[in-house]
Design a protein around this ligand. Sequence first.
Ligand code: FEO
Length: 404
Amino acid sequence: MPIKVADGVYWVGAIDWNLRLYHNTYSTHHGTTYNSYLLLDEQIALVDTVYGPFYEELLKNIKELVPVEKITYVIVNHAESDHSGALPRVMEIIPRARVVCTSKCKDILSRLYHTPAGIGPATWDFLVVGSGDELKIGKKTLRFIEAPMMHWPDNMFTYVEEDKLLLSNDPFGQHVASYERFEDEAEQAVVWEEAAKYFANTLSPFTALIKRKVEEIQSLPIEIIAPSHGVIWRKEPQRILEKYHRWASGEAEERVLIAYETMWESTEIMAGAIAEGVQREGVPVRLFKLSTVDHADVFRELLEARGLMIGSSTINNTVLPAAASFIEGLKGLRPKGKVACAFGSHGWGGGAVKVIEQAVRQAGIEHVVPGLAVKYRPDAGELEACQRLGIQFAREVKKFSPGG
Ligand code: FEO
């Protein structure tokens, strides 16, 4: 059912209780929502639609408030299918409505929804907007703010001046399915964890742009931030802006993650000895065996940890498959503000430590502490070396600041 967000602003989206994999890359343990908003004024604007299979739910919600035919504008803040999938069917009902979006969004919609018969976007009446453009729909003034690469080139925010409301689409969202529509009603730990997971697994490569954009919108009077996934921030929405600024700046806790994969336990034994060294320096440490954990959750944990140690046994001169998958993910996500180090056991030729060190540099991590390779099983002296590495790494983590 529709839920009031502000005067004349209603959530009319859909809840997807069963989504467990987003982008076919990262886990969504709590499902998600596709948030769509209806602005009721002299003219009626729909801001974003929903993923295609949820079209009927969107339609039902709109119809509880107004006939769909009364919609004058469909504002598309972002073209990705989870927000635009229902758009072609909505446009079949209101073919004369104007589709308001950035020029990049128009291009993407045209590439996504073209039809052989030439209907669809080719016939839509687009109103292309950019930063600073405004649209009056009666008493409400909608101001558009382009937000490229948050997280596609087409993203934009719609700011409703009179309500001090930012309709932000993906940014500030969280994959949480719930009947609670506002953050202050929802389970706090889950909401914040999923907000961090979204940032870590989707927005992490674009931190420089995000930091500037957050600073830009921090200058706006904002009372509500309504994203297109999860719950709406109405109680001190500045908190999520501050979090985004922190994450985009690469600020994190004095904490170490040890992510490793092992063939015959030797690398695992090394991980334990290294962890002991880190603890001796009073730095919290967590271990993750990469074939048994969800990598998206590890990347979420990494968002708030300054130190990352990656270990793998060597196979065929490289890392084990689970470690390979993890470092590939790391190279794409390019987490900011980290110190890294590699370790691992090998039989004869070795190679895993070198592969990991190359990968972390390719991931943009510049501060790399020289790693440690051990032949076969670590002996007493090598275990001491592992512990010393843990101590040294923890000291590097304490000294490190993301700015320099
Ligand atoms: Fe929620 Fe970029 O789509």
